[in-house]
Design a protein around this ligand. Structure first.
Ligand SMILES: [Zn+2]
Length: 228
């Protein structure tokens, strides 16, 4: 007789990620620094942060924002390459005077707009750059199973819009754009045209899921457009 396997047995067999409330429990900042640095090196190995580009941040147990230092080769990024910044994006405490990433104010804006956020990831992967060069102000996707990777989405049978904002070197102005368009940012991600993606979450696990979901969707949509 066929024995129905328990959820635990299936996870052991297939390595399904365990999704429960423990996933939402933030790890200690020292552990988070180690795991986020590992994530950064992993994403670099996928070609998502060429030429020292991209930036990453997390909020510690005390509510302080830690951002990746500017100009670090991401293949070499270490857990001690994060520095604290004020809510205005200025390096603080023992790191005063050091240069945080040029895009630090974008991180500060996301933490303010979406207060549950504890981790923010930024990618310069190729497919979002390509697809954002071809679309107007949003990426519209529907029918993909992977859409469920965005927190709050429970079915493929839905249409999702991810906003695309124009790239700029005026990061203060860009942060204002985020505040003005908060209602359009509904899936914990957005694209910057010909630049990359930002994704965030309540944990590192969740932020990674959002970034990788968007990455996959951009790749699919680029290929669909190229073949149509
Ligand atoms: Zn960037």
């Amino acid at each position: 007789m066929l024995k129905v396997k328990s959820e635990k047995e299936l996870r052991l067999q297939f390595g399904f990620p365990k999704i429960n409330s423990k996933r939402l429990k933030q790890m200690s900042s020292s552990q988070l620094k180690i795991e986020l640095a590992e994530t950064i090196r992993h994403y670099n190995s996928k070609g998502w942060s060429p030429a020292t580009s991209t930036n990453y941040s997390f909020k510690d147990e005390m509510g302080s924002i830690w951002v990746s230092k500017s100009g670090i080769d991401k293949s070499l990024f270490q857990s001690n390459d994060f520095i604290t910044v004020t809510n205005e994006g200025v390096s603080s405490g023992e790191f005063e005077g050091l240069k945080p990433s040029a895009e630090t104010l974008i991180h500060c804006a996301i933490y303010e707009l979406f207060p549950e956020t504890t981790v923010i990831l930024h990618s310069h992967s190729v497919y979002p750059v390509l697809i954002s060069s071809q679309l107007a102000d949003k990426l519209i996707v529907s029918g993909y199973e992977i859409q469920k990777g965005f927190e709050g989405q429970t079915t493929h049978d839905n249409t999702i819009e991810i906003p695309i904002f124009d790239n700029t070197q005026d990061i203060t102005a860009f942060a204002k754009t985020l505040f003005q368009n908060k209602s359009k940012i509904q899936n914990h991600t957005f694209l910057m045209r010909k630049h990359g993606t930002y994704a965030w979450g309540r944990t590192l696990f969740e932020a990674k899921r959002h970034l990788e979901t968007l990455e996959y969707l951009c790749q699919c949509e680029w290929m669909v457009q190229r073949n149509s």
